[in-house]
Design a protein around this ligand. Structure first.
Ligand code: NMX
Ligand code: MLT
Length: 473
């Protein structure tokens, strides 16, 4: 069995991903936008009735169609492989990886507008795509960028809430606390208290979501500057796009770092609905908790080491390898180090996945970014070496379903290269990005009137009795 997929294998994977779907066979309603309709909300206003009818028809004509069998393994094993959620903004294929509204990452890189001097998609364009299913024009992206900039003011009590925590508190704790404090301004909560009709729920949800997406980079940058730069905050620059302005507020004005931030925010935004953060956001939102409450809950799931915190763990682990064995570590030594990690009862961070069964395309595009902009970076070279060493070891373990790297195996070395070296902060960046996906779906959850989430649970006694009955039947 050949484990090592060399650079040419990456290229093959990339072109296969590109070939598997042309834009024309993407989701039914993908269209390129004319540049005339600049208002995102009025676009949604047009789309929502059509999608409501579509869902109603699905329910009345196919409501009883079976989607699979539920096994005891699924109930015990974290519902793996169980289809149980409606999530419109993206879909994950185990082999090919993520598609945002039908578009793969390479397709998004090809068709979404970029900054004037840049090559990576602007996250505002991806947000437009997630919300409408349509590829926006440059003018629409500019209008959305301006709209977000105009919504970005953060009240002082949010900073005070963060300041009430010790500056040593984990950045995700500070960030999630800041998001909770933003909730005070929820339009949805106000409208609900005033008796809004349920057919209108999506409108204040839209306002909350756009406000939240606009404000999270400001809160996140505040946490970073508070923790690592003596509280010396940098004001937002409204002339910059969303990704570049976030990079600027963090203190990184290098054009390549701004490009990295645009790519980073785009690719981390959404990963269908079953991952811990997205699912949590959707679950909490299904109780009609407003978007701030829902997204803060999602962040608390993202902060777990098996989910978003893995990006922190990867860089800390890599730095530990370098500290103990040096940057020029041989593959043989690296293999021993991987075994040492496994034998001490730990996971190899950045490898494996609950759904993917191949190298994550988000890893591939970050590798391509590194090959283009930082090919000689020693930690990037170590990451490349790990790609040769880790999969055969994990396969030898005999139980790992996916030995290939995920998104978190690569992001840290890119950020580290441009000076964002504080690994404990990395999951906050993931959180800022994920606001785009979770909030887009929350708007559709309310527009489609999706139900309160409340699956059935059972006990081991119930399972024993059920299985006994099944085997005697
Ligand atoms: N290192 C060591 N053991 C692993 C790894 C790994 N990278 N991946 C899976 N396993 C183990 C897993 O712990 C389980 O062991 P046990 O039966 O003793 O509990 C066994 O292999 C089977 O697990 P899988 O079915 O392959 O994986 P599962 O769907 O349960 O979990 C992850 C998926 C992502 C939690 C798991 O692969 C993992 O812990 N990876 C490392 C952490 C990581 O990179 N997380 C980030 C995921 C992406 N994200 O951003 O969220
Ligand atoms: C994500 O981006 O949410 C992770 O890859 C985890 C997942 O999809 O389960």
């Amino acid at each position: 069995m050949v484990f090592f997929r060399s650079v040419s294998a990456f290229t093959r994977l990339r072109s296969r991903v590109g070939q598997q779907s042309s834009l024309s066979n993407s989701v039914r309603w993908i269209q390129m936008q004319s540049s005339t309709d600049l208002d995102l909300k009025s676009q949604l206003q047009e789309l929502i009735p059509e999608q409501q009818d579509r869902l109603k028809k699905l329910k009345s004509e196919h409501g009883k169609v079976q989607l699979g069998n539920i096994t005891v393994d699924m109930v015990i094993g974290g519902m793996r492989g169980m289809t149980g959620l409606l999530w419109e903004t993206s879909l994950l294929d185990p082999e090919e990886g993520i598609r945002f509204r039908g578009l793969s990452i390479p397709e998004c890189q090809k068709v979404l507008p970029t900054a004037q001097s840049g090559a990576e998609p602007l996250p505002e364009g991806l947000l437009w795509l997630l919300l409408t299913g349509k590829v926006p024009s440059k003018e629409q992206v500019e209008a959305l960028s301006k709209d977000l900039a105009s919504r970005a003011a953060v009240p002082d009590y949010v900073y005070n809430a963060i300041d009430a925590l010790p500056s040593t508190a984990h950045p995700m704790t500070q960030f999630a606390s800041g998001v909770m404090a933003l909730q005070v301004q929820s339009e949805f909560q106000k409208a609900y208290e005033n008796g809004i009709h349920k057919s209108k729920f999506w409108e204040p949800t839209y306002e909350d979501c756009l406000n939240l997406i606009a404000r999270v980079p400001v809160v996140a940058a505040y946490v970073y500057r508070r923790m690592y730069k003596n509280g010396d905050s940098i004001p937002s620059d409204k002339s910059l796009d969303y990704g570049a302005n976030f990079s600027h507020m963090l203190g990184f004005d290098d054009e390549k770092m701004k490009e990295l931030m645009r790519l980073y925010i785009t690719i981390h935004s959404d990963h269908e609905g079953g991952n811990v953060s997205a699912h949590t956001g959707h679950l909490v939102g299904s109780a009609l908790s407003d978007p701030y409450l829902s997204f803060a809950a999602a962040l608390n799931g993202l902060a777990g080491p098996l989910h978003g915190l893995a990006n922190q763990e990867v860089l800390l682990w890599i730095k530990q390898v370098v500290e103990e064995c040096g940057e020029d570590i041989s593959k043989e030594q690296l293999k021993e180090y991987v075994w040492k990690t496994l034998n001490s009862g730990k996971v190899v961070p950045g490898y494996g996945h609950g759904v993917l069964r191949n190298t994550d395309p988000r890893y591939v595009c970050q590798r391509e970014f590194a090959l283009k902009h930082l090919p000689d970076d020693p930690l990037f070279q170590l990451v490349s070496k790990l790609y040769e060493v880790v999969p055969p070891v994990l396969t030898q373990l005999g139980k790992v379903k996916n030995p290939w790297p995920n998104v978190d195996a690569h992001s840290g070395v890119l950020l580290n290269h441009y000076g964002l070296t504080e690994a404990r902060y990395y999951t906050v960046l993931f959180g800022v990005s994920r606001s785009l996906g979770i909030c887009s779906q929350l708007i559709w959850d309310r527009a489609l009137g999706l139900a309160l989430e409340r699956p059935k649970s059972v006990t081991m006694d119930w399972l024993d009795a059920h299985c006994k009955k099944a085997s005697s039947a």
